[in-house]
Design a protein around this ligand. Structure first.
Ligand code: ARG
Length: 470
């Protein structure tokens, strides 16, 4: 069936004041079923709770309520086995009511007594979003676990650390991997906080001005697993800041993951050679037989941008909307569903990539030349009483001299070092040892073995904190 044929085949929840059908062009843009059919489990939940409430407040006979609930059970089986998105109806609310009518006849429309699609759509979408937030919190875990496990295996692998993408100082491969653990942890915390603001109930706000039925909105909220009703019925149907907030949290995660992805792309290139992807997480080239491409990580890097687009697009949609429900708000689901799917895929592919990633100690070691210890030497000079500004300058000169002489900085002769500063003459050759440099940084969060072990322990304990850890 083409869209052109659909406009009047599905049920409409309105039409009394109209003559003739809707223009096909309008139907195509207006119809949200191809997107919002995914809300059906929440639509049914809301319907059931609403029916029970109508019975409780005496607006529906108990027997009629029973028939409606049985009808909704049958609709549920049809939704489970069918292809709801392919039905001709305007949206999920219209589809469920049409099918309910097929099951229980005219009684079906009693379900929408006292409510509007404005409050129902917002309620369904909040319930979906809440579920998606919790699912995303869980979906972050495998990547965090993979980072921790990978880090456990390379605490003793010295690794180059960068700033400005120039080699800066030595670190441990575990320290690098764990640096990507914490943004994910903060993302989980942000998700939990955002979910608290999602868990409010629009239902009962009706079209935006409240329901004339004496429904108990606190009871409705509790039955739907939400904390409390939205304070204002007008805000309940029009506010989507909670959706934007979740989109932001997901986007921030995608942006953080794009940084991990970029490290992986860069570090797996021959120029860096610090890590190697498993075959299962590499792709080939259709022309160049030797290529092993990091497509998964590249797409993960790209998705940060795509989510920024979804977030800013949605914020732009919200900006300047007048009070009350406006159809613009229907676009919330498109952004939420797309962002959820895209971020989920990124988390999954990066978890697999990290789980199977090989760190290459030999290439890491070959990048750790003595210049990376220059800072330590300046600090050592300062410790011996040379003002740091001068120490910094002197070691800079030592590095320049080594470069000019075409030798490694550790190989500048005693005599030449003494010319730069007499204290430098007595420098122990062991000073240039990478391991010693790593151990000098024992501050919390630093690179010493004990400091990295503490970071590992902290990461492990946040994994077990919610009982989902290894
Ligand atoms: N599909 C709509 C949405 O998601 C449902 C609400 C429609 N309300 C209305 N008054 N047309 O926002």
């Amino acid at each position: 069936m083409t869209d052109d044929e659909t406009s009047d085949k599905g049920s409409r929840l309105w039409g009394g004041r109209f003559s003739g059908g809707m223009a096909d062009e309008l139907n195509r843009i207006n119809r949200s079923l191809p997107v919002d059919w995914r809300l059906w489990p929440f639509e049914l939940l809301v319907d059931r709770v609403w029916v029970a409430e109508l019975v409780a407040v005496g607006r529906l006979e108990e027997e009629a309520g029973e028939r409606l609930l049985e009808g909704l059970d049958r609709v549920e089986r049809r939704l489970e086995t069918g292809d709801p998105g392919a039905e001709p109806d305007e949206d999920i609310h219209s589809l469920v009511e049409r099918w309910l009518e097929e099951e229980v006849g005219d009684l079906a429309s009693a379900v929408r007594l006292g409510r509007s699609r404005n409050d129902v759509a917002a309620t369904d979408t909040r319930l979906w979003t809440l579920t998606a937030c919790h699912a995303m919190e869980r979906r972050i875990r495998p990547l965090q676990e993979a980072l921790v496990e990978a880090a456990e295996g390379c605490v003793d692998v010295p690794f180059p650390a960068y700033s400005h993408l120039q080699r800066a100082q030595p670190t441990r491969a575990a320290h690098w991997l764990l640096s990507h653990f914490w943004p994910l942890e903060r993302g989980r915390e942000r998700l939990a906080a955002a979910a608290g603001r999602v868990a409010r109930l629009p239902l009962g706000a009706a079209a935006g001005m409240g329901s004339s039925l004496p429904v108990d909105r606190q009871r409705l909220a509790e039955r739907l697993g939400l904390e409390a009703p939205c304070e204002s019925s007008l805000d309940a149907v029009a506010g989507r800041d909670w959706a934007a907030e979740v989109l932001y949290v997901w986007t921030q995660l995608a942006v953080d993951l794009s940084r991990l992805a970029e490290d992986l792309v860069l570090f797996s290139s021959a120029e860096f050679g610090l890590v190697r992807f498993a075959d299962a997480y590499s792709t080939g080239s259709s022309l160049m037989p030797h290529k092993r491409n990091p497509d998964g990580a590249e797409l993960a890097r790209a998705r940060g941008g795509t989510l920024i687009g979804l977030l800013t697009g949605f914020l732009a949609t919200l900006k300047g909307l007048p009070s009350g429900y406006n159809k613009d708000l229907q676009e919330d689901k498109r952004a939420l569903f797309a962002a959820d799917q895209m971020l989920g895929e990124v988390l999954d592919v990066l978890a697999g990539t990290i789980r199977t990633l090989e760190v290459v100690p030999a290439s890491a070691e070959s990048r750790l030349d003595a210049t990376l210890i220059a800072t330590d030497l300046a600090e050592w000079l300062a410790e011996s009483g040379v003002p740091f500004r001068e120490a910094h300058d002197l070691i800079g000169r030592l590095v320049r001299r080594a470069e000019e002489g075409g030798v490694a900085v550790a190989d500048v002769s005693d005599a030449e070092r003494a010319e730069i500063h007499p204290i430098l003459e007595g420098l122990e050759p062991g000073f240039w040892d990478v391991e010693a440099a790593l151990e000098r940084r024992g501050t919390a969060g630093g690179t010493s073995r004990a400091a990295v072990e503490r970071q590992l322990a902290a990461a492990r304990s946040s994994l077990v904190a919610d009982g989902k850890g290894p």
